[in-house]
Design a protein around this ligand. Structure first.
Ligand code: CA
Length: 236
């Protein structure tokens, strides 16, 4: 590919680095590797990778401190934190210190590669001024594209009028391609509701309205799909 993207893997477990390298190279990425936090930070700052996969438990400097140092130095490279721990506090901490995404080990390679692509696309559309919002929208799937700067969604280059909530639901699902979220998850993630009662129906209603706006055939959706009994996901 002419515009090859580079992923920096910061991980001290060699077998994990090996499998990440293999799968990402096969998907067309160039790979840089660091086996401790200090070396990871050094390469992140000197080599300007397009994305960093960052383990938490690392020799010399942990992943959170690496991410924090990067942000303090003004880098906005997308960072996906890898951790073996399921702890909610880890996730919150990771996102608070400026990570973009989070994957818990053991992860599926397919999901990891999809997340790498989504996070690179999301930042690749830092919009140069003087060009149209449609031209700078990030393609998410099919003929659908999103400009996260102008908060506009386009189908085949034509702007679609969405409410803020519809927009937030779409961008949330699209930034985690093929991951199924229950209605309760979506209430928490998109609506930020701590308490979820009967209101999960709100999710169904919003999905239906969103489909009517973005799908060519709302009865046979191509983008926002239902996994029966489980929830909704954005298909890529
Ligand atoms: Ca480790």
């Amino acid at each position: 590919m002419s515009d090859q993207k580079t992923v920096l893997i910061v991980e001290d477990e060699k077998n994990i680095v090996d499998i990440l390298r293999f799968n990402l190279q096969r998907s067309g990425y160039a790979i840089l590797e660091a086996y401790d936090g200090e070396e990871g930070l050094r390469q992140a700052l000197s080599a300007n990778p397009d994305l960093i996969l960052l383990d938490v438990m690392l020799p010399k400097m942990n992943g959170f401190d690496v991410c924090k140092a990067l942000r303090e130095k003004g880098s906005n490279v997308p960072v996906i934190i890898l951790t073996a721990r399921e702890e909610e506090s880890d996730k919150v901490l990771g996102l608070e210190i400026g990570a973009d995404d989070y994957i818990t080990k053991p992860f599926s390679m397919r999901e990891l590669v999809a997340r790498v692509g989504a996070n690179i696309r999301r930042t690749a559309m830092a919009v140069p001024s003087g060009t149209s919002a449609a031209a700078n929208a990030m393609p998410v799937s099919g003929d659908l594209s999103i400009n996260t700067d102008s908060h506009q969604v386009f189908r085949a280059g034509k702007a679609i009028d969405l409410t803020q909530r519809e927009y937030e639901l779409l961008t949330f699902l699209a930034s985690h391609p093929n991951k199924v979220y229950s209605r309760t998850d979506l209430m928490e993630q998109v609506w930020n509701y701590g308490y979820v009662g009967d209101d999960v129906r709100t999710v169904d209603v919003t999905v239906r309205r969103l489909r009517e706006k973005i799908e060519a055939d709302p009865a046979n959706p191509a983008y926002i799909l239902t996994r029966r009994g489980a929830g909704y996901y954005f298909a890529v």
